[in-house]
Design a protein around this ligand. Structure first.
Ligand code: THU
Length: 131
Protein backbone atom coordinates (compact mmCIF):
# COMPACT_ATOMS: atom_id res chain seq x y z
CA UNK A 1 0.00 0.00 0.00
CA UNK A 2 3.01 2.32 0.35
CA UNK A 3 3.36 2.70 -3.42
CA UNK A 4 -0.33 3.55 -3.71
CA UNK A 5 -0.14 6.08 -0.90
CA UNK A 6 2.93 7.68 -2.44
CA UNK A 7 1.19 8.03 -5.82
CA UNK A 8 -2.05 9.29 -4.26
CA UNK A 9 -0.09 11.93 -2.34
CA UNK A 10 1.56 13.14 -5.54
CA UNK A 11 -1.84 13.22 -7.21
CA UNK A 12 -3.32 15.29 -4.39
CA UNK A 13 -0.66 17.94 -5.00
CA UNK A 14 -1.90 18.22 -8.59
CA UNK A 15 -5.58 18.63 -7.73
CA UNK A 16 -7.38 21.43 -9.50
CA UNK A 17 -9.62 22.58 -6.67
CA UNK A 18 -9.80 26.39 -6.77
CA UNK A 19 -13.44 26.41 -5.63
CA UNK A 20 -13.60 23.99 -2.72
CA UNK A 21 -9.87 24.19 -1.98
CA UNK A 22 -10.29 20.57 -0.88
CA UNK A 23 -7.49 18.65 -2.56
CA UNK A 24 -7.97 14.92 -3.02
CA UNK A 25 -5.74 12.23 -4.50
CA UNK A 26 -6.53 8.61 -5.30
CA UNK A 27 -4.65 5.59 -6.55
CA UNK A 28 -5.76 2.11 -7.56
CA UNK A 29 -3.91 -1.15 -8.11
CA UNK A 30 -5.02 -3.16 -11.14
CA UNK A 31 -5.00 -6.95 -11.49
CA UNK A 32 -1.59 -6.91 -13.20
CA UNK A 33 -0.04 -4.98 -10.29
CA UNK A 34 0.14 -1.68 -12.16
CA UNK A 35 -0.94 1.42 -10.25
CA UNK A 36 -2.87 4.42 -11.52
CA UNK A 37 -3.61 7.75 -9.93
CA UNK A 38 -5.98 10.67 -10.21
CA UNK A 39 -6.91 13.94 -8.54
CA UNK A 40 -10.06 15.98 -8.34
CA UNK A 41 -10.52 18.39 -11.24
CA UNK A 42 -13.05 21.10 -10.48
CA UNK A 43 -14.74 23.31 -13.03
CA UNK A 44 -16.19 26.82 -13.01
CA UNK A 45 -19.42 25.10 -14.07
CA UNK A 46 -19.48 23.27 -10.72
CA UNK A 47 -21.29 20.02 -11.63
CA UNK A 48 -18.68 19.32 -14.31
CA UNK A 49 -15.99 18.75 -11.71
CA UNK A 50 -14.66 15.22 -11.27
CA UNK A 51 -13.42 13.33 -8.24
CA UNK A 52 -9.95 11.92 -7.67
CA UNK A 53 -11.24 8.33 -7.71
CA UNK A 54 -12.89 8.89 -11.09
CA UNK A 55 -9.56 10.10 -12.47
CA UNK A 56 -7.67 7.10 -11.11
CA UNK A 57 -10.26 4.67 -12.48
CA UNK A 58 -10.19 6.35 -15.89
CA UNK A 59 -6.38 6.14 -15.97
CA UNK A 60 -6.52 2.44 -15.10
CA UNK A 61 -9.09 1.67 -17.78
CA UNK A 62 -7.17 3.68 -20.37
CA UNK A 63 -4.09 1.58 -19.54
CA UNK A 64 -6.05 -1.65 -20.10
CA UNK A 65 -6.94 -2.50 -16.49
CA UNK A 66 -10.19 -4.32 -15.78
CA UNK A 67 -10.14 -5.04 -12.04
CA UNK A 68 -9.22 -2.97 -8.99
CA UNK A 69 -7.49 -4.91 -6.22
CA UNK A 70 -6.71 -2.08 -3.79
CA UNK A 71 -7.50 1.62 -3.52
CA UNK A 72 -6.09 4.59 -1.61
CA UNK A 73 -7.90 7.90 -1.15
CA UNK A 74 -6.13 10.79 0.50
CA UNK A 75 -7.61 14.09 1.63
CA UNK A 76 -6.28 17.12 3.43
CA UNK A 77 -7.33 15.95 6.90
CA UNK A 78 -7.70 16.17 9.80
CA UNK A 79 -10.89 14.11 9.43
CA UNK A 80 -11.14 10.77 7.66
CA UNK A 81 -12.03 11.27 4.02
CA UNK A 82 -14.49 8.80 2.53
CA UNK A 83 -15.31 8.38 -1.15
CA UNK A 84 -18.52 10.10 -2.23
CA UNK A 85 -21.50 7.97 -3.18
CA UNK A 86 -20.83 8.29 -6.89
CA UNK A 87 -17.23 7.15 -6.47
CA UNK A 88 -18.31 4.14 -4.42
CA UNK A 89 -20.46 3.07 -7.34
CA UNK A 90 -17.66 3.78 -9.82
CA UNK A 91 -15.30 1.57 -7.81
CA UNK A 92 -17.97 -1.14 -7.66
CA UNK A 93 -17.88 -1.46 -11.43
CA UNK A 94 -14.33 -2.82 -11.22
CA UNK A 95 -14.17 -4.40 -7.78
CA UNK A 96 -16.08 -6.63 -5.40
CA UNK A 97 -17.24 -6.14 -1.82
CA UNK A 98 -13.88 -7.21 -0.39
CA UNK A 99 -11.93 -4.37 -2.07
CA UNK A 100 -9.76 -2.70 0.58
CA UNK A 101 -10.14 1.09 0.51
CA UNK A 102 -7.42 2.84 2.49
CA UNK A 103 -8.60 6.20 3.82
CA UNK A 104 -5.61 8.49 4.33
CA UNK A 105 -4.62 11.97 5.41
CA UNK A 106 -1.39 13.92 5.11
CA UNK A 107 -0.10 12.01 8.15
CA UNK A 108 -0.74 8.63 6.52
CA UNK A 109 -3.32 5.86 6.89
CA UNK A 110 -6.36 6.70 8.98
CA UNK A 111 -8.49 3.64 8.41
CA UNK A 112 -9.02 0.75 6.02
CA UNK A 113 -12.55 -0.28 5.10
CA UNK A 114 -14.00 -2.54 2.42
CA UNK A 115 -16.08 -1.42 -0.50
CA UNK A 116 -18.86 -3.66 0.83
CA UNK A 117 -18.80 -1.63 4.04
CA UNK A 118 -18.99 1.63 2.09
CA UNK A 119 -21.64 0.43 -0.35
CA UNK A 120 -23.75 -2.39 1.08
CA UNK A 121 -26.22 -4.29 -1.12
CA UNK A 122 -24.71 -2.61 -4.15
CA UNK A 123 -26.07 -2.72 -7.65
CA UNK A 124 -23.37 -4.07 -9.92
CA UNK A 125 -22.54 -5.63 -13.28
CA UNK A 126 -23.86 -9.01 -12.14
CA UNK A 127 -27.39 -7.61 -12.03
CA UNK A 128 -27.26 -7.19 -15.79
CA UNK A 129 -25.96 -10.69 -16.56
CA UNK A 130 -28.07 -13.50 -18.08
CA UNK A 131 -31.29 -11.60 -18.62
N1 THU B 1 -13.90 14.76 -3.84
C1 THU B 1 -13.17 13.74 -4.41
O1 THU B 1 -12.28 13.98 -5.23
N2 THU B 1 -13.43 12.48 -4.01
C2 THU B 1 -14.39 12.14 -3.10
O2 THU B 1 -14.68 10.97 -2.94
C3 THU B 1 -15.03 13.18 -2.30
C4 THU B 1 -14.96 14.53 -2.88
C5 THU B 1 -13.66 16.12 -4.30
C6 THU B 1 -14.75 16.67 -5.16
C7 THU B 1 -14.57 18.16 -4.99
O3 THU B 1 -13.60 18.60 -5.93
C8 THU B 1 -13.98 18.29 -3.58
O4 THU B 1 -13.56 16.99 -3.20
C9 THU B 1 -14.97 18.81 -2.57
O5 THU B 1 -16.15 18.09 -2.59
Amino acid sequence: MDDLLHLARRMMLRAHAPYSKFHVGAAVRAEDGSIHGGCNVENAAYPQGTCAEAGAIAAMVAAGGKRILECVVIGPGPGVITPCGGCRQKLREFASDDLPVHLCGPDGLHRTVTLGHLLPMSFGPHHLEKR
